[in-house]
Design a protein. Sequence first.
Length: 217
Amino acid sequence: MNSFLSLIPRFAEAILVTLEVSLLAAFIGALGGFVLNALRLRFPRWLAGPYRVYVWLVRGTPYLSQLVIVYFGLPVIGITMTAVQATIVSLAFYSAAYFAEIFRAGWASIPRGHMEAARAFGISRWAAFRGIEMPQAIAFAIPLLANQTILVIKESAVASIITVPELTMTASDIVASTYTYIAPYAMLIVCYWLLTQCIAIAARCAQAMIAPSRKTS
């Protein structure tokens, strides 16, 4: 127990790094996914094809390969980033494809009759988007957005290969210096579990606030 408790300071620092990387990447990815879906809806003739190609490529390749290209490949063309910056950029690029599909599913869940009624009452397209479509789509998508954010937190563990001092890298360092496995990886499991539970609780609270009439899981 003492060896377990002695790891708390180092893992507390690592949690902050993991939160910085994963939540910032998730926020940028969600914003990018929202914009991509909005552009796809606004200009379907021009962007449907490129949108599908982007989603197909990103979702069909492992995040590790994308991280390696950003961190080791971009300096070839003069774009150099720190390990943390490369992780945030690559993870945001990777997650935006998933977030875009979540928003697409959210918009597809809106009954067509709602928009037809809005047009019949003379509500402008922007007003309908802001007041009718977006609240319903986001309320539908909140559990999926939370799940994707949890996946982003877990994917951030890949950043340990480029020496980002997040949770997985910290556990590996402790194992390498102490030759003990159980306590560091048990602490690693506890840390990730706590982070994912916080995201799940926040999602339930957000869903209850945005759509109190919907049944939350």
